[in-house]
Write a protein of this length. Structure first.
Length: 312
C-alpha cells in the first residue's frame, strides 16, 4: 500500500512544482507593470515580500495551532530561508541586472541546480550518474536557448559575482525547503521567510544600497492599461504567496535536486506569460530551449527513481 501511494505522491509533487514555476514565471510580467507605473525594482521586491508576509500571517498562525515549539526548533531554517532564499536571492539578482543583461543575470541565478548536484556530490562523495550529468547539460543548454543570448552581452566581473550570489541564494532556498523539519507546515516557513526577506530588504533601502521609490501610475497587460495595484496584487498573491508555498511543498515531496531542476521551467513559463501579457513573442529557438529543459528534467527524474529503487 505504501509503495503504491509513493508514486502518486511523487506525481502530485511534480504537478505542484510545475504550478509553482508557472506562478513564479508571472513575477517578471507583474513587475514590469509596476516599473511602468513608476516603481523601482527594490521597492517592488520589498513590498512584494511584506505584502506576502501579511497575507500569510493569519493562515500561518492557524496552521501553528499554538505549537510555538515549531518556531524554536526551526528558527535557523526560517532565517536561512528568508535571508538567503528570499531576500539575498532577489537582492543579488537585481544588483546583477544593474551590470549585466537580464538574460545573463537570470542564467547565472539558475545555475542553482548545478550547484545542488555539486554540493550533493561533495557531501556524499559519490559522482553523479550519467543521467544526472546529461540532464544537467541539457537543462543548461535549454536555458541558454530560451533566454536567447545570441546578442552581444557585456560581462562585468562584479555583475557576474552578484549573479552567482543569486544562484547561492536559490540553492539555499531548495535545500532549506527540502530538509526543514516535516512538522513545520510549508505556509509557516513561507510566512516567516517573507517576513525575514522583507525586513532585510527594508534595511537595504534604509542604508541606501538600492533606491526605493513607488509611484501610482498604470501599467499595460495584453494591451489594456491597468492601475498599479492590479500588478502589485498579482505579484503578491500569485507570484509570491502561491508560488513560494507550493514551491516548499514540491521540494518536500520531490527533494531538492528534482524540485530545483523542475524549477528551470520557470524560465519557459516566464517567456509564455510575457508573450500573452506583454506581446513579447517567443522565437523558435526559445521553444526548442523549452524542449531541452523538459528533456533534462526527465533525465534527472529517471535517475532519481532509479536511485530510489536501488536504495529500497
Amino acid at each position: 500500500m505504501l509503495s503504491s501511494a509513493r508514486p502518486h505522491g511523487q506525481l502530485a509533487g511534480i504537478w505542484i512544482a510545475l504550478a509553482s514555476s508557472a506562478a513564479f514565471g508571472l513575477s517578471g510580467s507583474f513587475a514590469k507593470g509596476l516599473f511602468e507605473a513608476g516603481w523601482t525594482p527594490a521597492a517592488a521586491v520589498a513590498v512584494r515580500m511584506a505584502g506576502a508576509a501579511l497575507v500569510l500571517a493569519i493562515p500561518a498562525l492557524l496552521a501553528m495551532r499554538g505549537r510555538w515549539t515549531l518556531l524554536r526548533t526551526n528558527w535557523v531554517s526560517i532565517l536561512l530561508f528568508g535571508f538567503f532564499g528570499v531576500g539575498a536571492c532577489q537582492l543579488c539578482y537585481f544588483l546583477a541586472v544593474e551590470r549585466l543583461d537580464v538574460g545573463v543575470a537570470l542564467l547565472l541565478e539558475y545555475l542553482a541546480p548545478v550547484l545542488i548536484v555539486l554540493v550533493l556530490w561533495m557531501r556524499h562523495k559519490k559522482r553523479p550518474s550519467v543521467a544526472t550529468i546529461g540532464g544537467t547539460l541539457l537543462a543548461l543548454a535549454g536555458l541558454i536557448a530560451v533566454l536567447d543570448l545570441s546578442g552581444t552581452s557585456s560581462l562585468d566581473p562584479i555583475g557576474i559575482l552578484w549573479g552567482l550570489g543569486a544562484a547561492v541564494g536559490l540553492t539555499v532556498y531548495f535545500f532549506v525547503s527540502a530538509r526543514v523539519d516535516g512538522a513545520l507546515p510549508p505556509i509557516i516557513l513561507s510566512a516567516g521567510g517573507m517576513l525575514v526577506g522583507a525586513l532585510s530588504l527594508a534595511l537595504v533601502g534604509l542604508f541606501g544600497i538600492l533606491p526605493m521609490r513607488a509611484e501610482f501610475g498604470s501599467g499595460s497587460f495584453a494591451g489594456v492599461q491597468v492601475p498599479w495595484w492590479v500588478a502589485l496584487l498579482g505579484l503578491i498573491l500569485i507570484a509570491t504567496v502561491f508560488s513560494y508555498t507550493t514551491g516548499v511543498m514540491a521540494a518536500r515531496a520531490l527533494g531538492s535536486k528534482v524540485a530545483s531542476f523542475i524549477s528551470l521551467t520557470e524560465v519557459l513559463f516566464a517567456v509564455i506569460w510575457a508573450w500573452l501579457l506583454l506581446s513579447e513573442l517567443p522565437g523558435p529557438i526559445q521553444l526548442f530551449g523549452g524542449l531541452l529543459i523538459v528533456l533534462g528534467v526527465v533525465l534527472v527524474r529517471i535517475d532519481e527513481l532509479r536511485s530510489a529503487r536501488i536504495r529500497r
